[in-house]
Design a protein around this ligand. Sequence first.
Ligand code: IPM
Ligand code: MG
Length: 356
Amino acid sequence: MKIAILPGDGIGPEIVAQAVKVLKALGSDGLKLELEEAPFGGAGCDAHGDPLPEPTLMLARAADAVLCGAVGGPKYDALPRAQRPEQGILRIRRELGLFANLRPALMFPELVGASSLKPEIVSGLDVMIVRELTGDIYFGEPRGRRQNARNEREGYDTMLYSEPEIRRIAEVGFAAAMKRGKRLTSVDKENVLETSRFWREVVTEVGRRYPQVALAHMYVDNAAMQLVRAPKQFDVIVTGNMFGDILSDEASMLTGSIGMLPSASLDERGKGLYEPAHGSAPDIAGKNAANPLATILSAAMMLRYTFNQDVAAARVEKAVKRVLAEGWRTADIHEPGARKVGTAEMGDAVVAALRS
Ligand code: IPM
Ligand code: MG
């Protein structure tokens, strides 16, 4: 099992190092993992003048899975668009065909107090957002700048989904729902957008093959509202790239700790890129203060979705629950009375929990 390790920028290298520790600890239990590192994001720009340098892309193509930290930072904000770290992410998604983005929002019982919502609204929350990742207005053509008939400048993008693109992400949504609570909410803006009208039609067609799954459709504005009003009504949400970008940030914050949430971006054969839901947090980079648990849980998702190692994945998840139950806390989830630890100590605690 070959894993490309792309630590990226900011806190990326520190948190990825903890996930690597955990993978290696599993490796000593008989899992054969081959890890190779390459620069990505701002680090790619520093090394090769490109957020996704050719050797990094080649390594990612050759690997069975990719583990990413986070990219970006103030140092790179002034670069031309093609060299911005974000472009590295968008390109690797597209180049590797990573069309299915799984973003769980899972409430850990120990952290209910960290949410900005009332405990009764979020305790037990377990929502899976399935976001389409390689289409929509993110990639639609034409796009650009132009002069209109009145001689004014305009900026424009194209929202667009083809039937196969909708079908394959709908399939992922239904399959996820089948493994969970068998409820799927497809989010669109069908009252306004032609793209959404088509989306709803195709998702409904795919749904005919999943009679056990209760399919509901919801407008995106209502979904944004329902997520803060009564988030536990959702099981799996399937939606397009743009709406999924926004709703997944909102859903992640319901748990109070974006530092806890992993994500997976999968291609049609289960190859995946795994990364924490949070960003590169340049303000705390290099201070051994970041929470590595989202990255460690991303490694668990890798074991489950790419390598079909459900037992190993469950062991990692159990180890994370155990360190939380034991009271270990990084600064982002710290509350009075808990044991405050740094990034590396948290990684060590998970490895220790794994072994015990
Ligand atoms: C995300 C991010 C990216 C996106 C940015 C960094 C391009 O917000 O992964 O959600 O919009 O997809
Ligand atoms: Mg986003």
